[in-house]
Design a protein around this ligand. Sequence first.
Ligand SMILES: [Zn+2]
Length: 248
Amino acid sequence: MNENKYNYFLDIHCHYEEINPLYLKQKLKENKIISLTASTNIQTYENLEKIRLKNIPNLYFAYGLHPDNVIKKEINDNLKDLEKIDFSKSIAIGEIGLDYKITKNKQKKEEQKKIFEKQLEFAKKLKKPVIIHTRYATKPVLEILSSWTDLKIILHWFGGNETEIDKALSKNYYLTQRFAFPEIKNIKKHFDKIFIETDFPVSYNGENTNIESVIKSYEKFCEKYDIDLTQIKKRTIQNFEKLFKIKL
Ligand SMILES: [Zn+2]
């Protein structure tokens, strides 16, 4: 990267599989955005692989099976899908995790857990950070993660309570801020564990998101915590370089 990398906005979590690559390239360039786009199932992985082959600057990939999709298939089919994913092409394993809103079924929850743990195994083996979804499942996710001590963990848009947020930070997990949520107390002490995201194209408070919504997400963060934009841009870029061992 020739220009000042700290001028860039970093979207640590989004889903670009439906976007036209040329349009995406243009949008990232004109808005100075660096992104990490995540797969959610085998189809989105295949679409993202097509986009990856276009070599779009400042675009990175996380591959994995999302818990909402895991419950739609039999466990053996999920395992077969995992075999098809080339994780070496991704810098992280994601989006993976648990979602107890989508299912209350005991067996399905058990299957989600199995596939989640299987993907944590890949992350450990391949030494890649994980991006984790925890909707209505903050407690079981933290419990599972407590036995995976050497993993680098990003809890995306973590919905835990104050105690759970403290617990996550004490374990050096990274937390993402999606339009300045969830609230993190003493945020200035935790700048080395913060990322900003959009979860594009998932809407936020009934409002559609777009690729450049990451700018709004940074602005909301600065407004809420009374922080200088330049400062948080620099910190998130530094966090990215440190976590992924990538020099931008
Ligand atoms: Zn997501």
